[in-house]
Design a binder for this molecule. Structure first.
Ligand code: HEC
Length: 119
């Protein structure tokens, strides 16, 4: 239990660093999901492969909507690695750390788009 938590905080730190580096200011708020970074573009492919069927486009489907709540990156990662309820766990052999990181970047993009759409 301790190690995943340490890993999660490390990842969060990494994520924050990347986030600050790639934040785009002044982009129009109403833009339809513009993928602001290479990470997010990669992440979309990962998401479409593993998550889209239950969280279509981040909206609710078989699983709940995940584009409308401020889940921090490490929580999303924890959820993906461990699974909850009906949602299966995805281990590193299936989704690598890098892919998971990219997917979180993509999910944050979806969330921002959702926020822009519902002021
Ligand atoms: C087989 C369907 C299924 C797949 C595939 C799936 N999920 Fe889920 N997901 C669920 C369900 C069902 C829940 C609700 C679990 C619960 O609370 O019992 C959930 C919950 C979540 C939550 C927590 C939402 C909340 O309200 O707290 C996140 C984040 C999440 N999923 C992300 C993902 C990501 C990222 C992927 C792709 C790697 C993924 N899911 C793949 C079904 C799925």
């Amino acid at each position: 239990m301790e190690k995943p938590l340490q890993l999660a905080s490390l990842l969060l730190l990494l994520l924050l660093l990347c986030y600050c580096g790639t934040a785009r200011r002044g982009a129009p708020a109403f833009a339809p999901v513009t993928l602001a970074s290479e990470d997010a573009v990669q992440g979309q492919a990962v998401f479409d492969t593993f998550c889209h069927k239950c969280h279509p486009g981040g909206e609710a489907g078989l699983g709940p909507a995940i584009n409308n709540k401020p889940l921090p990156g490490f929580m999303i990662k924890f959820q993906v690695r461990n699974g909850v309820g009906v949602m299966p766990a995805f281990k590193e052999a299936v989704i690598s750390e890098e892919e998971l990181h990219d997917m979180v970047a993509y999910l944050k993009t979806l969330r921002k788009a959702k926020e822009a759409e519902t002021p």
